[in-house]
Design a protein around this ligand. Structure first.
Ligand SMILES: *[C@@H]1O[C@H](CO)[C@@H](O)[C@H](O)[C@H]1NC(C)=O
Ligand SMILES: *[C@@H]1O[C@H](CO)[C@@H](O)[C@H](O)[C@H]1NC(C)=O
Length: 486
């Protein structure tokens, strides 16, 4: 019995060995001799060859391709960069198995119909960025039935014609950043509706949202239209995009965020509106975003008050960025009825002159508060008190702060911080002006006695006052005094 079993084992081992050899042989790829494909170079990578041709011309590339042909090689990457390759001729890749093709910065302006069809069964990524294409070479693309990523950034395309991407039914990522697109046919994206997840139309000349073209893109998760000239968005513009997770409209020419404009985007998580000229946010502007919006960026606009009415409904909001607007003051009820979920609030580079009352009372989760570069002269403990136990980072630099006893909270709060947060805060140089002495003091070393302040000891936050914190704080104060005295 034992012997039979051993023989059986031996057979298995031999067979496995043979199989391994066979697969190994099949996978084994070899570069042709260097001189044969010069000036291109070749490297063997785990999944196939990596071939690079730079600073050369059509003829040399053709020669190299001819050498590679008919050898059942897997060309995992073919990278043609900085060449003079105005035209991609028909059949140039016939007999090659190319998985990722890059033709970058090579003056490409004509892609002949039969140039790519032969590699359509294998090609998963095509990058033709930084060339001279003036339109989408649809005829050449139509057989790329396995393509996942198409990058046409930095070309000279000025319009997307009907069915420009027809045939690319597996495409997941399409990027057209920095072209000259100002016109998109309503049928431009026909054929992409089943798979397209990301679309980048940034850096073009769009003046409105190409709603009719976009409406079919059911599966789209990320839509980027930053750096266009969109001056108007309206209700219905984003209809159909029912899976959209992230929308980028930064650096356009928007002035108004109108009522219900995003109401179809019920799963939207992130909205970028920074760098527009927004001065009006309708109270219903964010209707529909209640359940999912977490990131809202509206920096670099012309907003004069916290748009409380519009924000109120966003009960999942975590990150609110209103930097570089024209906010001069924060009203008592600015965060009334919302803000419980906000962890990050950026108000830097505004014109805020005073903070008073219980404005931060509802910000029960706030971890980062940025008030840098405003016009604040006083920040009292009364205002800060509701958020001091959750805050981990506060930036109040570049304000005309006056040294007063009310600023004690800063030092006391700092002394309760832990490792990383503390390191980060120690790097900030936050100062106030002591008027009598005409000099600045670091907020951490206010001469409280000299100022005849009633000295408050650090407030130990109940849930943070564990043995560990106490030990850490002991160590911290030793270091602190050491630093002061050295
Ligand atoms: C583009 O390619 C040309 C050569 O054809 C080269 O001189 C130039 O530096 C390249 N530009 C960039 C941005 O790489
Ligand atoms: C803020 O308002 C002032 C005057 O109202 C204006 O001059 C300035 O350009 C505005 N700033 C921004 C960033 O819009």
């Amino acid at each position: 019995m034992a012997r039979v079993r051993m023989v059986r084992w031996a057979c298995w081992a031999v067979m496995l060995g043979l199989c391994a050899l066979a697969t190994h042989g099949e996978m084994q790829q070899q570069c042709p001799p260097r001189s044969d494909i010069s000036p291109c170079s070749c490297q063997v990578k785990k999944n196939g060859l990596d071939i690079l041709c730079e600073f050369t011309d059509q003829q040399h590339i053709n020669n190299a391709m001819a050498i590679l042909k008919g050898k059942s090689l897997v060309i995992f990457y073919l990278k043609l960069r900085h060449n003079n390759l105005r035209k991609l001729p028909g059949f140039v890749f016939l007999g090659l198995d190319i998985r990722h093709l890059t033709i970058h910065n090579s003056s490409l302006s004509v892609v002949e119909e039969a140039s790519l069809s032969s590699i359509g069964k294998m090609l998963t990524q095509l990058d033709v960025s930084q060339n001279g294409l003036t339109q989408v070479p649809s005829a050449a693309y139509k057989n790329l039935h396995h393509l996942l990523i198409l990058n046409m950034n930095h070309n000279k395309i000025n319009s997307l014609h009907a069915r420009a991407f027809q045939g690319l039914d597996t495409l997941e990522i399409l990027t057209l950043y920095e072209n000259k697109i100002n016109n998109i046919d309503p049928e431009a994206f026909v054929g992409l509706e089943k798979k397209l997840k990301r679309l980048n139309l940034g850096g073009n000349g769009l003046t409105s949202v190409p709603q009719k073209a976009l409406v079919i893109l059911d599966m789209l998760k990320k839509l980027e239209m930053q750096e266009n000239r969109i001056s108007d968005i309206r209700e219905g513009d984003f209809e159909g995009l029912k899976n959209l997770d992230s929308l980028g409209l930064a650096h356009n020419k928007l002035r108004i965020v109108p009522s219900r404009v995003f109401s179809h985007l019920t799963v939207l998580n992130s909205l970028e509106l920074d760098g527009n000229n927004i001065d009006t946010v309708d109270p219903e502007a964010f209707a529909g975003l209640e359940e999912n919006l977490q990131y809202l960026r509206m920096g670099d606009n012309n907003i004069h008050t916290i748009p409380t009415e519009a924000l109120k409904r966003l009960h999942r909001l975590r990150h609110l960025d209103l930097r570089a607007n024209n906010i001069t003051y924060i009203s008592e009820d600015a965060f009334a009825g919302f803000g419980d979920s906000i962890t990050f609030l950026n108000l830097q580079k505004n014109d805020i002159r005073t903070l008073s009352g219980m404005i931060f009372e509802n910000l029960n989760s706030l971890e980062t508060l940025n008030l840098q570069n405003n016009k604040l002269m006083h920040i009292t403990e009364d205002v800060m008190e509701p958020i001091l136990d959750t805050l981990r980072v506060v930036d109040i630099m570049d304000n005309p702060l006056l040294c007063d006893c009310d600023l004690q909270w800063y030092k006391n709060w700092l002394s309760g911080l832990k490792d990383k947060d503390d390191e980060m805060m120690q790097k900030k140089r936050t100062v106030c002006m002591m008027q009598q002495e005409h000099r600045e003091y670091n907020l951490q070393s206010l001469p409280l006695e000299k100022m005849s302040c009633v000295i408050k000891s650090p407030n130990l936050i109940p849930n943070a006052a564990t043995a560990l914190t106490a030990r850490f704080m002991a160590a911290f104060s030793v270091c602190f005094w050491a630093v002061i005295y050295i």
